[in-house]
Design a protein around this ligand. Sequence first.
Ligand code: ADP
Length: 688
Amino acid sequence: MPSHAARLKKVFKLREFPIAVGLTIIAVLVSTALVATQANTRFLELARQAAKDDVGKNADAIAGALQRELTKVDVIARAIRYAIEQKPDLTQQEYQDLVAPLIGTTPEILLVGRSRGYVIEQVYPMAGNEKAIGLDYRLVPTQFMAVRDALRTGKASLEGPVNLVQGGTAFIQRTPYYPKSREDKSRIASGIISVVVNREQLITQIYQDHGIETHDIAIRSLTSDLSPGKMKYGAKGIFDDNPILREVPTDSSIWQIGLVPSLGWPEQHRMEHYVWVLSLLGSSALGAMFLALWSMYRSKRIAEGQLRSAINSIDDGFALFDQQDRLVFANEKYLSYYDLSRNAIFPGNTFENILREGLRNGQYKDAIGREDAWLKERLAKHFNPTEPIEQKLGDGRWLKVAEARSPDGNTVGFRVDITELKQSRERAEAANRAKNNFLNIISHELRTPLTSVIGYARFLENIEILPGFKALKQALRTGAGEAECNRALDLLRNDVAGMSGRITSSSDHLLGLINDVLDRAKLEAETVDLRIEPLDLKDMVKSVTSNLGIKAAEKGISLTSDVAPLPIAADAKRLRQSLINVVGNAIKFTETGGVHLSSDSDDTHVRITVCDTGCGIPADQLDQIFDQFVQVDTSVTRRNSGTGLGLAITRELVELHGGSISVESELGHGSSFIITLPIKSQKLELAA
Ligand code: ADP
């Protein structure tokens, strides 16, 4: 099952991530803008509705008030008409007495005139309107038509707006009156009662009465088919701005009121644009911010990646631990060195945990058997790093461990593989030891036999000091008998023979030593040529045991063999030399018991085992005894002579035959040397 993180990683590849985020930002902002726009539209609708309701209420109030005012004017006109019809010949005073109380409470009525026919006869108030007396409507073109229609039809009408001679604008209610007698009703009207209403004052009065200040009003008349007629008040444009309309019927036509808010209806477009502009700006800012952050994040990742790959490509191990000693990063090489602790080497794990895992798995060779003490020492060095340390791993490799604390408290660790260096150093040390050993051995091995050769040669040089010579001389001088002389001669012969024998054996030993050194030199120069020939293994073993039997007998140990006849192909001289080395060693290092040779074979190989009951070899030396000049006991006082070359030569000779030599040993109980040889030599096969 892929982990959650892995799945996420799959869904969001790094490259697609900014696109996804960008789209999300755009989607969020577009939906925000849409929601805001919708909210705005809804808000606008509500605001409009509220405005309409408000304007509608005011329109109702204004229409009602206008209706009342116009009715009032009409009623006043009718009252005057009635009075005049009752008494057509009113004096000016009577006229004034009639009109004054009627219009006293109606300040918007400027004047009330009465014409007889087309000529104005009476006005009230007189002051300021004297000029109107005697005015003939037939001479005023703007009023003539209306007056004529009123006289002819007898219908009252509300006219206007009319520009007044006194200035200002007015509506004029014209109400015709008739002679008193009923039968005259069908005839032309006697005259007209004109009630002049100050238009501005009328409207202002209505506004003030209803506390309306925030609305603009326009009034027009409607024609008989209800289409717009003449403007009565206000700007014509108000009717084009979705006004609230109300109708007010008058005597002659229907008036229509249009009302709009002074500041106009609530508008939509601005707010909406702001939202979109803000969204655009917001998304651009967010996008830019995101891009900046993203590019910073990318650069950081790229830099980290470069650093990681650089650290990974280092040929040494590298690890970084934070202030809490938790692993931050370890490169591949580091992991490869600590393969046995690999499971614990992950970011976040502490150095101590990693060490403990290693200790459980035998990662640290030096720690085996003393894990707790080792852990303590290692941690102490880790927390106070000074000099680099050397560390032996479970797989035999050597690491140089260098650790350092950075100023911010992190710990940097380097691991360098110094196995080869260590091995070559060990080899050099071993070679040096071997060289010293060789010099010791050679000086000892040469000096001992040479001393005895020189010593015995001196005796022979000064033969007169030998007891045998002295005895012979005495016998001859005293003229002793033949028997006595012979005895003295035998004594002298024994002395000379003994010394010569010691000189011979010392010389043989020296020769053997020189031969060994020369053999080794030859083998090293690869100038040894095997003379492979068919021979019988049993015969070969027999010749070796009879050769060395005397030595074994001298030491009082047994030398036995149980080797079946087996034809093999080998260099007889070199095989004998090898067996003599191994069997000679076995006799040399065995004090009690004995040495036994046995063999077994398969189709291709024969194994010759030389088993002794001698001192044995320490386990840690088993690998080394086949190296030249290596001896288990290197002290000058060692009991057994030897150069440390025998087994090195033997191994090379056996390997030249295509075979091998190995050893098993138990200290204090004895050793077994096993020589394995091919039954048929390749060389012999080639020769056949
Ligand atoms: P040396 O001339 O010293 O015998 P070798 O190369 O033959 O040199 O042997 C090397 C060393 O191996 C000996 O010095 C001895 O310490 C050890 N060795 C060889 N054979 C035996 C054995 N059979 N028993 C115990 N030690 C042995």
